[in-house]
Ligand binder design. Structure first.
Ligand code: WT7
Length: 650
């Protein structure tokens, strides 16, 4: 975040007390805070017994003796898919709609809990027939269609491990993730609908697998786009052909609570993405607890909609596992917000009578730009609760969200968490918390948060520092796949026995938390995490580039935008104009990583500002990219560099 927006955040004084009617019917009560404060572990054990079905009950809550790798509910056994499906059917809710799905072109499909359970059982039988068993890794590269949810749950049902790769990632990124996890199966689709066109997906899988020896044995292809695709006989299988003969009987057996559930790759401060590992019992407990209490879920009457793609952690925890564990009815939408018209989301809310809506600030800001007239054409009166996630929400967007989308009454929950935390950690509880626009505010019951200075001392009220988590929590990551040392170094080495989140935070006069953005070389573009190093490596992999530096610069809509500075190789510099080089390099990054990583701007420069020890001064480049006066340059090797860069940008 730029310093000006932090400033406006910290001067925000508006307060919104809970509506008494809402509070009277709220799911969460203040006793949750009391119970958790009284006995944190007993509180989590109660939630685990209450919200999760155990094939074998646990007797032990937390084993932290191998810290920082936790064991939660370690001697218990459960089946995550059974918890999301069969038990609701057995409880008499088989006819409740689990998923109202709408494709971008307007085709629809609804699945009740009974129907979804049958689909997952058949898919589990299919995967088992392809040799997938406990512990095997399955890569899922699908659009937001019901098969994405079915595939994830089928993998979970077998005790295997999914690695969902966002469909917007390119072949190289997909390949790196497949290799790192050692996946034996890939589940993909021919294509997906995106902005009115079919975006082919299968070619990226073909390209990924063509790049040398692979662990992948089979590729299951869901038909969605009906686009022409290449076919590798013996390896590629159509999902619909293979699933047709499968039995709809499948017994879900229990797996131990710490059985790995999924790996999800996220960007860190180096070029190599981290495979964040989540396990079963603790994860399911905390996603179910938070989904129920933070969103005030009434499963009999609510229609819930989280707009995230299943390829991100929000899609895992708050499209798949949380809502389904709680027996919720939800909307799943394949497309972009503005296809075929800019009111598409509001039209969907009206059509399905969505009551709980969870999205990202970047989306809210882009709707704000388009004007209130668009949402005001639709009946949004079914909405009773709004959520925000992914980046700090600026107070203006918060107030617009409440007024224009929430009819001036819907409480907003600004939820802070990370791929690593697995579930929401800091958020208001609706009906209890008096909300403050722009602040995530309070740790949830059972969660211990602090803000420390560089030396590890608590900063006190009305002060800023680094956000940390001081006690283990049930849905915490259990490590980085295949790299325990990196897990320790990244999160547990800055402060002793304390999880370092990588975010800056401020505590206000009430001790409430205001998030201020990342303090490391991780950018947040439209709520998606990207590493500066990863994009720099993509840039230098192009023959034109000698050196590159990337920063996240403030952007009014996307929060941050990727801005790159590159030095061209001397002998090639004359062969292209700076504009041509910039176009080529922007396209190259999109091709290497995916369209989300495409820089907003690439500036061709003569030199990059470095410290005497040779480190690129990204802070300074960020000042330049955001058009600020360039700050302290006394440690630079050559102060003229900044002047040259600033001049180039004018
Ligand atoms: C980073 C985690 C959590 C799901 C989506 C992103 C930022 C997330 C908030 C919020 C301020 C937020 C942080 C965090 N972030 N939610 N409510 N207020 N910042 O997951 O890709 O793992 O990114 O997103 O910087 O560290 P992710």
């Amino acid at each position: 975040m730029s310093s000006t927006s932090i400033d406006s955040l910290l001067h925000e004084k508006r307060r919104f007390a809970p509506d008494p009617d809402f509070a009277a019917n709220a799911v969460a009560g203040t006793e949750l805070y009391e119970r958790a404060a009284d006995d944190r572990l007993a509180f989590w054990a109660e939630q685990a017994r209450d919200l999760v079905h155990w094939h074998r009950p646990f007797t032990e809550t937390l084993d932290w003796s191998k810290a920082p790798v936790a064991r939660w509910f370690g001697d218990g056994e459960l089946n995550v898919a059974y918890n999301c499906l069969d038990r609701h059917v057995l409880a008499g809710h088989g006819d409740r709609v689990a998923i109202h799905w709408e494709g971008e072109p307007g085709d629809t499909r609804s699945l009740t809990y009974a129907e979804l359970t049958v689909e997952v059982k058949r898919a589990a039988n299919l995967l088992a027939s392809l040799g997938v068993g406990q512990g095997d890794r399955v890569a899922i590269y699908l659009p937001v269609i019901p098969e994405a949810v079915i595939a994830m749950l089928a993998v979970a049902r077998l005790g295997a491990v999914h690695s969902v790769v966002f469909g917007g990632f390119a072949a190289e990124s997909l390949r790196a993730r497949i290799d790192d996890a050692g996946a034996k199966l890939v589940i993909t689709a021919d294509g997906a609908y995106r902005k009115g066109k079919v975006l082919p997906l299968k070619p990226a899988v073909d390209a990924a697998l063509a790049a040398g020896e692979t662990t992948v044995e089979k590729v299951l292809v869901v038909r969605r786009g009906e686009n022409e695709i290449d076919w590798t006989a013996g390896r590629d299988l159509w999902w619909h052909d293979e699933i047709a003969p499968m039995s709809d009987e499948h017994d879900a057996r229990g797996f131990e609570a710490e059985n790995p559930l999924f790996i999800l790759y996220t960007s860190g401060t180096t070029g190599k993405p981290k495979g964040i590992l989540h396990t079963s019992g603790g994860y399911l407990t905390q996603v179910a607890f938070t989904h129920k209490n933070v969103f005030d879920l009434k499963p009999e009457s609510d229609v819930y909609w989280c707009t995230a793609d299943v390829g991100w952690i929000t899609g895992h925890s708050y499209v798949v596992y949380g809502p389904l564990a709680n027996g919720a009815t939800q909307l799943l939408y394949e497309g972009t917000p503005d296809t075929p018209h800019p009111g598409r989301w509001w039209e969907l809310i009206e059509k399905y009578k969505v009551s709980i809506f969870y999205t990202a600030p970047t989306a809210i800001r882009s709707f704000m730009k388009l004007g209130r007239e668009i949402p005001q054409k639709f009946d949004l009166s079914s909405l009773r609760l709004l959520g925000s996630v992914g980046e700090p929400i600026n107070p203006e967007a918060w107030v617009w969200y409440r007024e224009i989308i929430g009819g001036g009454t819907a409480p907003i929950v600004d939820t802070w968490w990370q791929t690593e935390t697995g579930a929401i950690m800091i958020s208001a509880l609706p009906g209890i918390t008096t909300t403050k626009p722009g602040a995530a505010q309070v740790p949830l019951p059972g969660i211990s948060v602090d803000v420390l200075d560089e030396e590890g001392a608590h900063v006190g009220k009305e002060a800023g520092g680094l956000l940390v988590l001081t006690e283990p929590w049930p849905s915490m990551l259990r490590g980085i796949w295949g790299d325990e040392q990196r897990y320790k170094d990244t999160y547990w080495s800055k402060f002793a026995n304390t999880y370092f989140a990588g975010d800056g935070a401020h505590l206000d006069e009430d001790g409430d938390v205001w998030l201020l953005g990342r303090v490391d070389d991780v950018m947040n573009i439209s709520g998606h995490r990207l590493s500066t190093m990863e994009i720099e490596s993509a840039l230098v992999s192009h023959e034109l580039t000698a050196e590159a530096a990337v920063v996240g610069a403030h952007d009014d809509t996307t929060g941050q935008a990727v801005v790159a500075f590159v030095i061209l190789k001397g002998r090639l510099a004359g062969t292209v104009t700076p504009q041509e080089a910039s176009d080529l390099l922007r396209a190259h990054v999109a091709e290497q990583i995916g369209a989300i990583a495409r820089p907003r701007q690439v500036f061709v420069v003569e030199e990059l500002p470095k410290t005497r020890s040779g480190k690129i001064m990204r802070r300074l480049l960020q000042d330049v990219a955001e058009g600020r006066e360039v700050g302290d340059t006394t440690t630079l090797t050559d102060t003229s560099v900044i002047r040259i860069i600033s001049d180039t940008m004018k």
